[in-house]
Design a protein around this ligand. Structure first.
Ligand SMILES: O=P(O)(O)OC[C@H]1O[C@@H](O)[C@H](O)[C@@H](O)[C@@H]1O
Length: 456
């Protein structure tokens, strides 16, 4: 399929468009000056300031060059109710194919819109881009995937996950397969445990409407962290393409189960209470406007899993994400096993600690924490941290997302069955929430989060 020239954003007046989609597109257009993309903003109400919105969003990333100028010149806004058959048919009839419909809409509206599209004559090469959440449980995810499958083939369906498209996550894939230092070690023989942590200082930030029905488990673990885990732990692909990666990441997710049958022993959940971070005061989560205290929504979730496969059985993988955390880590950490043999000349009678590789997800910086020093060196053995700065990416996460969509390349998109596997796991965890075996612990905003199972 030709690369897509007409990008329709449904829900264009929303925050996602101005904060992430348009700046992401601008990074792509700056990097690829020959690309011609026309952005059509669409929403129920007219937006007289659309051109300024596009220009301002492009300005946030210092976009420049012919592709940026072309997009600024050709962009337009159209009034379109995404749940109206007449509006959608008119919109599609007026645009030259191939077209992408990007659903930057609340999930219920997206679902309604997909149902309406099912009644229309759709162009054969129509591409659909769907934001998370894909459903709210396993059954609704299946229903959504079934509906989308009636509209367009899977290869034209993009379930967006911007973590899968983070520059740091892409560069880890490069590090793993572009040299021999890492891939031979990534298995149960050499790896002790893996952590993926995404703690944020952010609190609710006025998002109760969405977040209070979601919580940390669904907002962050169901989607982003499980996807990153699957990419990091997949078998080596024979090609890096939209056939291999979605198949291999789905394989990891199918092999994943809770570390312990009893969620109480491998899941932690918490909710922040009042506190302060960097001089900013946070109220109790339950006092935030729009929050329903009866919902018991968690703002912190930690889950330990096992990928039950020849490569990974026995290696605990912990995924963690919390809001209002004092010193937030956003990282992938691979803990290696200790050396296979002990030498009395080494510290602690030879029991030196295992090495550690840490990837900072936001900056892309890599840290290797290694044991170094000679056995007869009077100074003894040291730990050194070597840092590799891979920051300054050309495309932002959403730039990568949009490159994939506009080139109809689903290599870093979430396949339907993978989204369902994630819900299978979430439902197992949810059972521990519902029966009270995983208590909702309080933690003060600004602290490290709730107490973990190993802490007294
Ligand atoms: O750090 P980033 O790229 O903004 O991603 C984190 C955000 O990802 C979003 O998908 C979640 O809904 C937010 O709650 C979260 O804060």
């Amino acid at each position: 399929m030709d690369s897509i020239k007409n990008l329709v954003i449904l829900g264009a007046t929303g925050d996602l468009t101005s904060r992430l989609l348009l700046p992401g597109l601008a990074t792509l257009l700056t990097a690829q000056p020959e690309r011609q993309v026309t952005v059509i903003g669409a929403d129920r109400q007219a937006d007289e300031a659309w051109e300024q919105t596009v220009a301002a969003a492009f300005g946030t990333v210092q976009a420049s060059g012919p592709a940026v100028d072309y997009a600024l010149k050709t962009s337009s806004f159209t009034v379109c109710d995404a749940t109206s058959a007449t509006d959608l048919q008119k919109l599609l009839d007026e645009l030259a194919s191939p077209v992408c419909l990007y659903f930057a809409l609340p999930p219920q509206v997206t679902m309604k819109s997909l149902e309406v599209l099912n009644e229309l004559n759709l162009p054969e090469d129509l591409v659909l881009a769907l934001e998370k959440p894909i459903g709210h449980d396993l059954e609704s995810a299946r229903e959504l995937n079934r509906l989308v499958g009636q509209l367009v083939p899977e290869s034209q369906t993009f379930r967006v996950d911007h973590f899968l498209n983070m520059p740091s996550v892409h560069s880890f894939t490069g590090l793993r397969f572009a040299n021999r230092m890492l891939e031979p070690l990534l298995n149960r023989e050499h790896v002790e445990s893996i952590e993926i942590n995404y703690d944020e200082t952010l609190g609710l930030e006025g998002r109760a409407g969405f977040y209070d029905s979601s919580g940390a488990l669904r907002d962050m673990i169901q989607s982003h962290l499980l996807q990153v885990m699957a990419l990091v732990m997949m078998e080596p692909p024979s090609r890096i393409d939209a056939v291999e990666l979605p198949a291999l990441t789905a394989h990891v997710l199918r092999s994943t189960r809770l570390w312990d049958e009893d969620p109480a022993r491998c899941v932690v959940r918490g909710r922040y209470t009042a506190g302060e971070i960097n001089g900013k005061k946070y109220p109790d989560y339950i006092s935030e406007p729009g929050v329903d205290p009866e919902k018991n929504t968690e703002t912190f979730a930690q889950v330990t899993l096992e990928v039950d496969s020849w490569r990974w059985t026995g290696v605990p993988v912990t995924l963690r994400s919390g809001k209002a955390i004092g010193e937030p880590c956003k990282e992938l950490v691979i803990h290696f096993r200790r050396p296979a043999h002990e030498y009395p000349q080494f510290p602690h009678d030879g029991r030196v600690p295992g090495d550690r590789l840490r990837l900072l997800l936001k900056s892309g910086q890599l840290e290797f924490e290694l044991n170094v020093g000679g056995p007869f060196d009077a100074r003894g053995m040291n730990r050194v941290t070597a840092q590799t700065d891979t920051a300054d990416p050309i495309l932002s996460s959403y730039g990568n997302v949009l490159r994939g969509i506009l080139d109809a390349d689903a290599t870093f998109s979430v396949r339907g069955d993978a989204s369902e596997e994630c819900w299978r796991l979430i439902e197992e965890i949810q059972r521990g929430f519902d029966d009270g075996s995983v208590p909702l612990q309080d933690y003060a905003a600004g602290s490290e989060g709730p107490r973990l199972p190993t802490e007294s």
